[in-house]
Structure formats: structure tokens, C-alpha cells
Design a protein around this ligand. Structure first.
Ligand SMILES: CC(C)(COP(=O)(O)OP(=O)(O)OC[C@H]1O[C@@H](n2cnc3c(N)ncnc32)[C@H](O)[C@@H]1OP(=O)(O)O)[C@@H](O)C(=O)NCCC(=O)NCCS
Length: 163
């Protein structure tokens, strides 16, 4: 059965939250309320992957012209401007049942292509050290080590310019 990539719908909230909570450490996972806010505020920046009618992964994000990855307010969509020239990715996550089968890769390629079609300038994100090579596969470049030591981890800022 093929993978369907589409914008999020309000009814995806429970499943998205279940996947987020099951795959991110507790102190990193977005809350139910945060995911709900992201769905309502910027569904165009919230891409889901569906298999046999079930959500199996997603990417969500905000838009802004003033990128400050050290400022976590964007995670709650504070500072989000739908017309902002840059996108900031918050979550990239797939359900355990499909891990390693190319779902995140398909989501990432589609997300970057959509950002390009939408005329955005760049996509930014924060990631842990072990995922730098994952994002490099989709054109992202390392910018710097982040000032954030959230959860005791080492974080890195990455960007892909798409214009
Ligand atoms: C990271 C994550 C999204 C990858 O999802 P996935 O669907 O298993 O990834 P894919 O199967 O699409 O892999 C795509 C490519 O990335 C590579 N890749 C996958 N996970 C990787 C990892 N942890 N580190 C480096 N490369 C990785 C794959 O080998 C594959 O490479 P290829 O195209 O050259 O074969 C998934 O492990 C996940 O949900 N993790 C928990 C949440 C998380 O940490 N998200 C990242 C937040 S910054």
C-alpha cells in the first residue's frame, strides 16, 4: 500500500500526539495542546504521512521572517507569521511500526519541495548530533552548535536555503 502525503486535518490530532509522545523523550515531546495549536495555526506547514488510512508520521513547523532558534516560543506558535519567508521545523517523527522504511525521507523531500513551491527562502531546525547526517541527506547544512542544552543534550542549528 502506498504512502499518502497530505496536509494535516483536525481529526489527526490524537494520532499525531500518540506518535509524538511515543517517539520523543518526555521532556522533548510537544504537548497535546501544542500540537493542537500547530494544527489550527498553520496546517499548511504540517505535513502528515498516511498508510492504509492511518497517520504514520509527520513534520510540523512555523513560519517567520525573524529566525531565532534559541527562542523556544515558536514551538507554541508565538511569533509565527504565515507570510514569514522562513520555515522552522519543530517535529519530524514516524511511528515505530514504519521506522526505517523511508517514511521520514518521503516526508522531508515533500516538505522541502512544498516550501520551494510556496516561495519560502529557507528552512531551519534544531537537531541532536546523531541526526546531522539525516538532515544533510535533504540538503541541510550545519550552522553552529546551539546555545540550548535542553534535556542535557547537545543541539545543532541547521538550514537549507531553497531559493
Ligand atoms: C529520525 C526519524 C524521523 C527517521 O525516520 P525514518 O522513517 O526511520 O527514516 P527513513 O527510513 O525515511 O530514512 C531516510 C534516510 O535517513 C537515514 N536515517 C534514518 N534515521 C537516521 C538516523 N537516526 N541517523 C542518520 N541517518 C538516518 C536512513 O538510513 C535513510 O537513508 P538513505 O535514504 O540513504 O537510505 C525517526 O527515527 C524518528 O521518528 N525518530 C524519533 C523522533 C526524532 O528524533 N526526530 C528527529 C528530531 S530532530
Amino acid at each position: 500500500m502506498s504512502l499518502v502525503l497530505r496536509s494535516v486535518r483536525v481529526e489527526d490530532l490524537d494520532e499525531c500526539h500518540r506518535i509524538e509522545a511515543s517517539r520523543y523523550p518526555e521532556d522533548e515531546a510537544a504537548s497535546y495542546g501544542s500540537i493542537e495549536t500547530r494544527i489550527h495555526t498553520f496546517p499548511e506547514g504540517f505535513l502528515v504521512a498516511e498508510k492504509r488510512g492511518r497517520v504514520v508520521g509527520f513534520i510540523n513547523s512555523g513560519a517567520t521572517s525573524k529566525v531565532d532558534l534559541a527562542d523556544e516560543a515558536i514551538k507554541g506558535m508565538i511569533g509565527h507569521d504565515p507570510l514569514g519567508e522562513n520555515l522552522v521545523i519543530m517535529s519530524v517523527v514516524v511511528d515505530e511500526s514504519v521506522a526505517g522504511s523511508g517514511v521520514a525521507g518521503a516526508l522531508m523531500r515533500s516538505y522541502v519541495a512544498q516550501a520551494k513551491d510556496g516561495g519560502r527562502r529557507a528552512i531551519f531546525l534544531l537537531c541532536k548530533t546523531h541526526l546531522i547526517s539525516f538532515y544533510e541527506k535533504f540538503g541541510f547544512e550545519w550552522i553552529c552548535q546551539s546555545a540550548s542544552s535542553h534535556g542535557g543534550a547537545e543541539w545543532h542549528e541547521m538550514v537549507v536555503y531553497i531559493v
